[in-house]
Design a binder for this molecule. Structure first.
Ligand code: IMP
Length: 195
């Protein structure tokens, strides 16, 4: 089964194609497809916008994902706005600084949070397959670790032995991450529906 990957990020492409190997032949996103404005108000909505744009541009079924960090002390923010929490052109550092600043008063269990990823396949007949992955954890008091991206330096997964995602290598992170969980769940759905 051929699926075009809506993400242009080569690291994401290789992580996703490794997870889905055996179930799907993942085709890289053609360079000429323009960026999609991700202005839906849910992760599923944004994943749908990206997958449908790529399906329409290529004529092939397409796979997209969208991720948010949900912090309990902030009522679930930044959530779907994680990429632009500190403003439209915010860097990862700007977003992390704003997050730590917003949580200055939160201690102990008040720092609980989770990453959530929605993965969505837009099929050529207009139907969809949707899967979700979640990893529970907490927001650290300060950044630690040099790996990863985004909020990795301040996210301590519950099952990670106290390390932030940025203190793990890719393999260690992918084994427990929200994105890994979403794509492993998607693979199960695809295997169940095609067998
Ligand atoms: P996207 O939907 O994968 O583009 O993610 C939206 C935003 O969530 C990114 O800009 C990052 O700030 C954050 N994010 C997504 N995945 C991760 C992750 O694995 N670690 C840390 N931050 C992430």
């Amino acid at each position: 089964m051929d699926l075009v990957c809506a993400s242009a990020n080569p690291n994401k492409y290789s992580e996703i194609s490794q997870i889905l190997s055996g179930a799907v032949n993942l085709i890289p996103r053609p360079a000429e497809i323009p960026e999609v404005v991700e202005d839906a108000d849910t992760l599923e909505g944004n994943a749908r916008l990206k997958a449908i744009a790529v399906r329409m541009a290529t004529g092939c079924a397409a796979l997209a994902d969208d991720t948010g960090l949900e912090v309990d002390a902030l009522g679930g923010a930044p959530g779907v706005y994680s990429a632009r929490y500190a403003g439209e052109d915010a860097s990862y550092e700007d977003n992390v600084s704003k997050l730590l600043e917003s949580m200055r008063e939160a201690t102990g269990e008040e720092r609980s949070a989770r990453f959530r990823t929605v993965a969505l396949v837009a099929w050529q007949d207009g139907t969809e397959t949707i899967a979700e992955g979640v990893v529970e954890g907490a927001i650290a008091d300060r950044p630690s670790g040099a790996g990863g991206f985004g909020y990795d330096s301040v996210f301590i997964p519950t099952v990670g032995g106290g390390k932030t995602f940025a203190e793990m290598d890719d393999e260690e992170k992918n084994a427990i991450s929200h994105r890994g969980a979403a794509f492993r769940s998607l693979k199960e759905h695809l295997n169940n529906t095609t067998s």
